[in-house]
Design a protein around this ligand. Structure first.
Ligand SMILES: Cc1ncc(COP(=O)(O)O)c(C=O)c1O
Length: 376
């Protein structure tokens, strides 16, 4: 059987990882400025993470959501404390798309409405509801169609006009748009959006799947604006590579048996991975590191005359160029052995593990400078 060929692949096979480094089959070392789509949060193969997973694996890998699982409660408790949301409750699933799918469903159960609002450039996943609120018709099949209004980021006048009609179930917004090009919503926009949602009975969902878990330098990117959304969705960095996602749900939503459910969500190994991530983030002050090294990197990148604009917060950084970045990324990977990501054609996306050191940031800057010089 062959693979269903949907991914354009780089000709590299990564077989090992350590901190902010990965290694291919030939033993070549790479600097990882992408963390495999923002997934590696505490670093590749962190010894404590491995030890915790190994110990749990020897005890129990899985049992269903029909019995008590104290690991889920421990995860919820630690996540609530570290994120500042200990009044919320947690629903666990396996991916980002599922997190958004369940948040949208819960919002619709809550107010009985079925129309959604999302921002232009948004990416929320590929399952039916999640892809409906994703601003990319190429990945939306007819079966995913449903009522959704896409509005420009920061255009409060337009948004208020729509919300005032009273038929929008939920507004879903990324803490920082990732796939859309590392676009940070204005703090004041988020504050006004929350007020408009509260006034019109619309549920506000903050998708922190890419921008959350300390990446921005705060636990959640929306915390810069001082808002408290109705639901927050998480995944990616939550498990440092072990698939897990979650919805943080404010107390205004009351659970009922059978309302939501999943087979694999919140399984023993996934919870162990997610608890280890939080323990490491706290012990190694990774949120602070993200803020410090992110600011250092951003300031240095702003000095490059070839870069049109540097955007982002913490270790979620976008570099916009005048020209397509395809060749630049290929040279970084094959000649300088640096992994980066892209958003669209002209933006390089940096999403390194949160343990990136200043020395590694310097190494990246040097390698980027070399490639840019060669391209001029
Ligand atoms: C902001 C955001 N939301 C949702 C998703 C979907 O997550 P997953 O691929 O785990 O379903 C992604 C993935 O890139 C994302 O960046």
């Amino acid at each position: 059987m062959d693979l269903f060929d949907v991914y354009p692949l780089f000709d590299v096979e990564i077989v090992r990882g350590e901190g902010c480094r990965t290694f291919d089959k030939e033993g070549q070392e790479y600097l990882d400025l992408y963390g495999g789509h923002a997934v590696i949060s505490v670093g590749h193969s962190h010894p404590y993470y491995l030890q915790q997973l190994q110990a749990q694996m020897e005890k129990l890998i899985f049992y269903s959501n029909s019995v008590q699982n104290s690991l889920q409660r421990e995860l919820a408790h630690k996540l609530g404390k570290m994120s500042g949301y200990d009044d919320c409750s947690l629903f666990l699933i396996n991916s980002g798309a599922e997190a958004n799918e369940n948040a949208l469903k819960l919002a619709s159960f809550y107010n009985g409405r079925k129309k959604a609002m999302a921002l232009c450039g948004a990416f929320h996943g590929r399952t039916s509801g999640a892809v409906r609120v994703t601003d990319n018709p190429k990945i939306t099949a007819p079966i995913n169609a449903g009522e959704v209004e896409f509005v420009p980021m920061n255009d409060m006048e337009r948004i208020v006009k729509s919300l005032d009609k009273g038929d929008i179930c939920a507004v879903i917004v990324e803490g920082i748009q990732g796939v859309g090009g590392i676009r940070v919503p204005d703090d004041e926009f988020l504050r006004q959006l929350q007020a408009a949602c509260n006034r019109t009975g619309t549920v506000l969902i903050l998708d922190e799947i890419q921008s959350g878990y300390g990446r921005s330098g705060k636990f959640f990117a929306h915390q810069y604006a001082g808002i408290r959304p109705d639901m927050i969705t998480v995944a990616k960095g939550m498990g440092n590579g072990f698939p897990i996602g979650g919805v943080l749900i404010s107390p205004k939503f009351k659970p009922e048996y059978g309302m939501l459910g999943t087979t694999f969500g919140g399984n023993h190994l996934a919870c162990t991975a997610a608890i280890a991530v939080l323990d490491i983030m706290q012990a190694e002050k990774l949120m602070e590191n993200s803020l410090r090294v992110g600011a250092y990197l951003k300031e240095a990148l702003e000095q490059f005359p070839q870069i049109k604009e540097v955007r982002g917060r913490g270790l979620m950084i976008g570099l916009e160029f005048e020209k397509p970045v395809k060749l630049l990324r290929e040279k970084l990977l094959y000649e300088q052995h640096v992994f980066t990501g892209a958003s669209g054609t002209n933006v390089i996306r940096l999403l390194p593990p949160l343990c990136l050191s200043k020395e590694d940031a310097d190494l990246f800057l040097k390698r980027l400078e070399t490639v840019l010089k060669g391209l001029n």
